[in-house]
Ligand binder design. Structure first.
Ligand code: FES
Length: 153
């Protein structure tokens, strides 16, 4: 068969999907499922715009095939808010004006949420190091850092 059956827990909902084995997780999210909050910047693991949370850990969705994640729990930027209430990290990005064009923002926020879950948030230098896989071409780094520092538990 051309497709494989996989099940994902996607933003809290179980999804049964038929996926060709060559489709990346990023293309599945954007092109098949319409979850375009996750961005494609470079398509080869260099910019971090495609960062999502897989079982609570950060992953570049452009670098991995969807069929490798059967049974996994996936959270995208669309899954962070609770109803009308933004996730604390999203709210902090708004408060600190931590974006300009906004293209990298979903990846930045998912990465920052993952950083907290992975308990990598110690010093300011550690946050910088941990966020170094997420590029911002507008150079909004000082505000991004301020937002993350404020929102970390
Ligand atoms: Fe995945 Fe750039 S699009 S790292």
């Amino acid at each position: 068969p051309d497709t494989l059956a996989i099940t994902l827990e996607l933003n809290g909902q179980s999804r049964q999907l038929e996926v060709e084995p060559w489709v990346t997780l990023l293309d599945l999210l954007r092109d098949r499922l319409g979850l375009t909050g996750t961005k494609k910047g470079c398509g080869h693991g260099q910019c971090g715009a495609c960062t999502v949370l897989l079982d609570g850990k950060r992953i570049n969705a452009c670098l991995t095939l969807a069929v490798m994640h059967d049974g996994c729990r996936l959270t995208t930027i669309e899954g962070l808010a609770r109803g009308d209430e933004l996730h604390p990290m999203q709210a902090a990005f708004v408060r600190h004006d931590a974006f300009q064009c906004g293209y990298c923002t979903p990846g930045q926020i998912c990465s920052a949420v993952g950083l907290a879950l992975e308990k990598h948030a110690g010093s300011r230098d550690e946050i910088r190091e941990q966020m170094s896989g997420n590029l911002c071409r507008c150079g909004a780094y000082p505000n991004i850092l301020a937002a993350i520092e404020e929102a970390l538990p």
